[in-house]
Design a binder for this molecule. Sequence first.
Ligand code: DGY
Length: 316
Amino acid sequence: MYRVYITRKIPEAGLRLLKDHGFELDIWPGDLPPSKEELKRGISQADAMISLLTDKIDEEVISNARNLKVIANYAVGYDNIDLEAATKAGIVVTNTPDVLTETTADLAWALMLSVARRLIEGVSHVKDGKWRTWEPQLLLGQDVYGATLGIVGMGRIGQAVARRAIGFQMKVLYTSRSEKTGIDAQKVSLDELLAQSDFISLHTPLTKETRHMINKSTLKRMKPTAILINTARGPLVDTAALVEALREGQIAGAGLDVTDPEPLPRNHPLLYLPNCIVVPHIGSASQRTRDLMSEIAARNVIAVLEGSQAPNQVNI
Ligand code: DGY
């Protein structure tokens, strides 16, 4: 009987599929990520593994695998896995693309609108009993309608964000390794995008090349009215440089679903800046999407254990 190690309790949809195939499930019961020692134990006894983006599956962890054939990451991003080490060990790595595209794009828009229109400050204003009357100068924000949106990384999620901009009559600029036809947007250099955009939304994977792509120097190239949105990966942004830029008004605001580190310490300056909104990495967090991610991770496991090509293989 095949044994599947799952590093957290994921939605039932995928677990049911695995059980229906007669697999034995070894589920880490904690709410917090398992320790490295626990990952090593789990991987050493498993034929397949479903991991989360918070599990660092490095060379040391992988070296404990004996019968492991597949690591199915419960995420579209897989920067938490040492792909080279997995490939060297002959282990298939898979992800969960497509199903979370629209859900994540919705959140990028929620952040964009919330920062531009100072929604969280508005809610606090009401809750704190400060709402005296209609005021001509109260909580003035920025228009999203008709503004310029810069999308860094025009993959599936970037394109979904761009599609939503049509209804807001925005001009859309983007950077990408390839041309995107069929999308009403203009491909530009990163420099041009930074200089011209009112909203800059990050949708690129985290790699050695993209780590800290938003830093002191790139932040300086943005408009003082620019708003930065990150629903991709925290380390794309140099956190200290962002704090400084927000404090000094180099840019107008930021909406972050992902941060570096994650979670931010309770006393972190980003949590106290009025022009910054931080939410806890919930881009894909709708019930339907998480159910589908669970099913996709399970289908990838089943395919590999049954000797077929995994539908969402990212290596080998
Ligand atoms: C991903 O899938 O990579 C997101 O960050 C979480 O859903």
